[in-house]
Ligand binder design. Structure first.
Ligand SMILES: NC(=O)C1=CN([C@@H]2O[C@H](COP(=O)(O)OP(=O)(O)OC[C@H]3O[C@@H](n4cnc5c(N)ncnc54)[C@H](O)[C@@H]3O)[C@@H](O)[C@H]2O)C=CC1
Ligand SMILES: CC(=O)C(=O)O
Length: 364
């Protein structure tokens, strides 16, 4: 198979979808890998590194898209990439369709085969291709939150850990999955008082066992959310219903209860965000303020730490890319039902039930 790795074009995205190790694995298995020149730059991987691994360097994105039978990417195709999509071509990347109806329609119209990293499952039922980026974003959410709580960044001037004689910050984490657990762990490590909310009681029991004593686990109902945010210096949005649009747990009216210049980091923005007032932002312009509450809603948080993130991501994607290249997408999915969960759109039809329900379609 011919596999194409275009350079990522999303604003401030420094990841690349394949490392030289991945190229080696594919070429040793008899596949051709076309890498767009400069694709690895943001992650500190040179064209020569790719060439040594057996890749063919291609200057133009259009040629990579044209020649490849499977495109492996990091982020969803952007509008300027849509004209490249074509029937039967496999696209293997993050899509987050539920947050973007235009993208959904463009991919349907193209007839391409969209296999979304974020809905592939492993034998334990977890989301192995989302996990590493959620680990990065969860840890980063506290780093970013701490920064925007500083006065020069417009925050309320609060140090997460406090100091002897002065109370630490209150951090509220909505969703206790991978993002939430990583956020809670880092916030607790810095000395903050952390409230970690989820609707899955088994998950809360587990978190209660493993988290330090300054993390309190709470059932996520409306009353508890309102109570927590009224004291919150920092709120992290980390809920997920795989494939679906994120539930809106904090409404516009609720912002009035939050302390002035408190900070929301809505990590779940890639699925539409779990705060009513969230809208996508970029690393270049990460925040905006509504009702005196700072909103940070960057859709590609791991893109800021490209080197760490590229390696963390490709550690998990390469085995699946190999299965797709070795067997073709249909046979690979017959052999691996967890990979089949990644099929979101095929030949013009939405296959993923949660994505179809978001836009009022019947899943094929
Ligand atoms: N902005 C960015 O750059 C990035 C965003 N993400 C996103 O972060 C979100 C979270 O991802 P993960 O932690 O990996 O998902 P996960 O599936 O590990 O955890 C989600 C948690 O939300 C909980 N949940 C569902 N409904 C809830 C509710 N009403 N109240 C409280 N908890 C609820 C679930 O029980 C689950 O424990 C996803 O949308 C993911 O795509 C992940 C990485 C990077
Ligand atoms: C999960 C995702 O969308 C990202 O890492 O950018």
């Amino acid at each position: 198979m011919i596999v194409g790795i275009p350079r990522e074009i999303k604003t401030d995205e420094s990841r690349v979808a394949m490392t030289p190790f991945g190229v080696e694995e594919l070429t040793h298995a008899g596949h051709r890998v076309l890498v767009q020149s400069g694709a690895g730059e943001g992650s500190g991987i040179s064209d020569q590194d790719y060439e040594r691994a057996g890749a063919e360097l291609i200057p133009e994105a259009a040629t990579v898209w044209q020649q490849a039978e499977m495109i492996v990417k990091v982020k969803e195709p952007l509008p300027m990439e849509w004209p490249h999509l074509r029937a039967g071509q496999v696209l293997f990347t993050y899509f987050h369709f539920a947050a973007d109806e235009h993208l959904t329609k463009a991919v349907m119209q193209s007839g391409a085969i969209a296999i979304a990293y974020e809905t592939i499952r492993d034998a334990k039922g977890t989301l192995p291709l989302l996990t590493p980026m959620s680990e990065v974003a969860g840890r980063m959410s506290i780093q970013e939150g701490a920064k925007y709580l500083e006065r020069p960044f417009q925050g309320r001037g609060i140090l997460l850990g406090g100091v002897p004689g002065v109370a630490p910050a209150n951090v509220v984490v909505l969703g206790g999955g991978i993002v939430g657990a990583n956020a809670a762990k880092v916030a607790a490590g810095l000395g903050a008082r952390v409230s970690l909310l989820d609707v899955n009681l088994d998950r809360l029991r587990y978190l209660d066992d493993v988290m330090p004593r300054n993390v309190q686990t709470l059932y996520s109902d409306r009353h508890t959310i309102l109570d927590c945010i009224s004291r919150a210096d920092l709120v992290v949005g980390a809920v997920l219903i795989p494939g679906a649009r994120a539930p809106r747990l904090v409404r516009r009216d609720d912002l009035k209860r939050m302390p002035p210049r408190s900070v929301i980091i809505d990590v779940a923005i890639d699925q539409g965000g779990c705060i009513e007032t969230s809208r996508p932002t970029t690393h270049s312009e990460p925040i905006y303020i509504i009702d005196d509450v700072i909103h940070y809603c960057v859709t590609n948080m791991p893109g800021a730490v490209g080197r760490t993130s590229t390696y963390a991501l490709t550690n998990v994607t390469i085995p699946y890319a190999l299965q797709l290249a070795n067997h073709g997408w249909e046979r690979a999915m017959q052999r691996n039902p967890g990979l089949a969960e990644g099929l979101n759109i095929a030949s013009g039809k939405i296959v993923n039930k949660a994505v179809a329900a978001t836009f009022g379609y019947e899943a094929a």
